[in-house]
Design a binder for this molecule. Sequence first.
Ligand code: FUC
Length: 799
Amino acid sequence: MRLYIPVFFLTLLLITSCEKKERKPSKKILFNTPAKVFEEAMPIGNGRLGAMMYGDVAKEKFSLNEETLWSGGPVDANMNPEAYKHLPAVRAALFNENYQLADSLVRNMQGSFSQAYEPMGFLTIDFDHAGDPTKYNRSLDLSRGIATVDYEINGTAFHRESFVSFPDQVMLVRLSAEGNDKLNFELGLNSKLPFSIVAEGAQVAMKGFSPIKSEPSYRGDMPDAVKYDSLKSMRFCTIAKVLSTDGTSAATDDRVKVSGASYAIIALSAGTSFNGFDKQPGTAGKDEMATATQYLTKAEGSDYDILLARHKEDFGKLFDRVSIDLGHSAADTLPTPERLKRFAAGEADPDLAALYFQYGRYLLISSSRPGGTPANLQGIWNEHVRPPWSSNYTTNINVEMNYWPVEVANLSELHEPLLQFVGKLAQTGKVTAKNFYDADGWALHHNSDIWAMTNPVGDFGNGYPGWANWGMGGPWISTPLWEHFAFTRDTVFLENHAYDLMKGAAQFCFDYLVEGPDGYLVTAPSTSPENDYITDKGYVGATFYGGTADHAMIRELFIDLIEATKVINKDEDLRKELETTLDKLYPYQVGQKGNLQEWYHDWEDKDPHHRHISHLFSIYPGRSITPSSTPDLMEAARRSLELRTNNGTGWSISWKISLWARLLDGDMALDAIKKLFNYIGTEEGVQYQGGGTYPNLMDAHPPFQIDGNFGGTAGIAEMLLQSHEGVIHLLPALPSEWKTGKVTGLRARGAVTVDIEWKDGSLVSAVVTPDFEGEYTIRLGDKMQTIAAKKGSRQSIKF
Ligand code: FUC
C-alpha cells in the first residue's frame, strides 16, 4: 500500500508537467530588436486612432494616424456631366471589333483621381539613459491590443506599454523604471503636414492641416502634386499629455520634460474637422480641438488601471470569440521575423498560420469599429503624404478583401463601417451613373475615398482604361451587404439598409447591359481588372465587351437580390426581371486550354500570371460556381488557377488561398499560404521584392497593403469551414500537413457558431450553436446530416 502513494504522486507530477508542456497557440508578435522601419514596427489602434510603435531605446517613436484625416473635400460628382454622350461611340467601336478605337474613346469617360489618406504625425519620447541596454524585447499582444517594450540598463528594468482604447478614444503609454535608475525623457509631437505646436505644463498640443489635394504617387513627380489651402483643408489637432508621474514635469519650448520618475503615464488624444463626406472640412468642419480636448479630459478623470481594464475588456470581448490551434513546434516562442525566415527555409511552424489568422482579426479590431470609416488600403496605418495608391479604397479587390474575414471570423459588428459606406457611395454613385452612362441606379468605379467618390478616375483622359474605366464597383461592393445578412439573418438590416442599395446597384446593371453580337446581354465597355488581352489580330488592349468578371459580379448580385426579395417578400416584378436578365447573360465559356475564359473571345492574356483573378469571382467571394452545382466550370476554374500559378502580390496570393479552399484542395491552399509567408526583408533593395510578409507580419504587396493580411485570414477560415451552399461544411480543405488541430467560434451562414476539433486528419468533434431555432445540414467529406436545433443550443455533431 505504501508503495502506491509515491507512484500516485509521481504520476500526478508527470501529468502536470505534461500539461505544462502543452503549448498554447501564440497570440503575440515578438521582436528582440527595435524597429528601424515601419514594416518592423507594431500597429495598435481603435479603428479611429492608429499608431505604429517603434520601440527604440533612446528615441521612442509612434507614428500617428486618425482615420478621417484625408486630403481634399467633398467630391464634385458632376465633374464630367456629358460623359455619357461618348458611350454610343465606344459601344459602336467595340461591336465593330475596333478595340483600339474603343480604348481611346473610353478615355472621354473619365474624371478626377481620388484623394489620399494622410499621416497625422509622430509622438516622440527621447530618453536620457545612463548606459547601454540589455535583455531587449518587444511584443504585441494580439489578444488584448497592447504593445510592450522591455530592456534593462544598469540593472534597472525599463518597461513601456501602450494601447489605443476604443471605449476611451485615447492612446495611452505607460513608462516605468524598476531599480536605481530613473526615467528622464522629453515628450514631443511633429508632423509631415504643416503644423504648429504649443507646450504648456505637462501638455504638448499640435495643430495642423491636410492637403487640399494629393496626387496618387503612381503619377510620379508633377507640379502641385500636393497642394495646401489653410482655409479649405481639413484640420487636425493632436494633444499629448503626461497624465501622472512621480517625477517632475515641465514644458520646455515645444516639448514636455519629465525627470527623475519611476513611472509616467502619457495620454494622446486627437480630432479632425471631418464632418461627413458631403461637408467642407475647412469651412463647415467640426471643431477638432474640442474633440481632442473632450476625450483627453474624460480620460484624465480615470485611473490608468481603470482605462487599461476597460480597454482589455473591450478588446478581449471581440478577440476571444475565436481560438485556433494548428499544432506546434519549437519555433512558437521565437521572434516573429525569425519564424518567417525559418519558415521560408522550409522548417515546420504550423502555429505561424494560426498566428497569421489571429493577426488579421487583431488588425480588423484595431482598424474598423462601428461608427467609423472602413479600413483603407493600409488599414489606418500610413506615414506617407502621397501614400502608395493614395492609401484609398480600391474597389476592384482591395477594400472588399479587407472585409472578407469579418463574418466568418466572428467580428460581424466590425463590418458596419463598410456597410454604411456603401450608403454614401450610392448617393454620389447615382450622379455618376447618370452623368457617365445616362443610367439609373448607382455606379462605382475603381477608386473611392472618404468623400465617397464614385467616378472613373484618370484625370479626364489620362488614366489607363484597364483600371480607370472599370465600372463594376457597385455590384462588387454590394455583395458584402448580402453576406452580412447571410451570416446574421438580421432582416431589419436587410430591409432597412441593404435592400435598396443592392437594388440600386442592380438597376444600374439593367441599364448598363446591352445586347452583344450573339444576342446575349453583355457589359460594354468592359475591362477585366487590370489584365490586358491580345486579340486574334494581335492588338493588345484593355477595353472589350462581355467580360467574364463583370458578368460574374452581376450574377452574384442578382442571385443575392433574388433571395433578398424572397426573404422580405417584396418586389416580385423585380425578381422576375432579375431572373430573365440572368438567363440572357452571356454564359461562362471554357477556353481551348480548358480554362474558365476571361475574355468574351478565347484570347490570350498579355500577362498569363496576372495578379487579378476576377473572372473567378463566382468561385470566391461569389458562390454560384461550386464543385457540386457546376463541376465542369469548377474544373475550368482549377485550370485557370493553375495557369495563373500561386505566385503574385500579397493580396493575389491571399485570394488564391480561398479559391483553392473552394476547390476543396487543402494542399494547394496551403501552398498559397506558404507563398504568402514569403519573408520580405526591410533592407534597401529587398523591400519591394515580391509578394509576401514583412517582419511585423504585415502584408507585402509590396509595398505594405493590409488587404493581403485580411484575405489570408479569410482564406485560412475558408479551409476549415464553408457555408455558401446552404450546408455547414466542416474541414472542407484541410491540408495534409495540418494533421491535428482545433478551432472554436467560427461563424457559418445562417447565424451559427461552429467549433471543430480534428486529429490525424479526422474529425474528433464538432459543435454547432445556432442563433435561431431550425434545421441545419452539416457536411463532412461526402457525408451529410440534418439536425433540428433550438436557439442557442450547443449541438454536438458525430459522423
Ligand atoms: C489595384 C491592384 C494593385 C494594387 C492597387 C492598390 O489597382 O491592381 O495591385 O493593389 O489596387
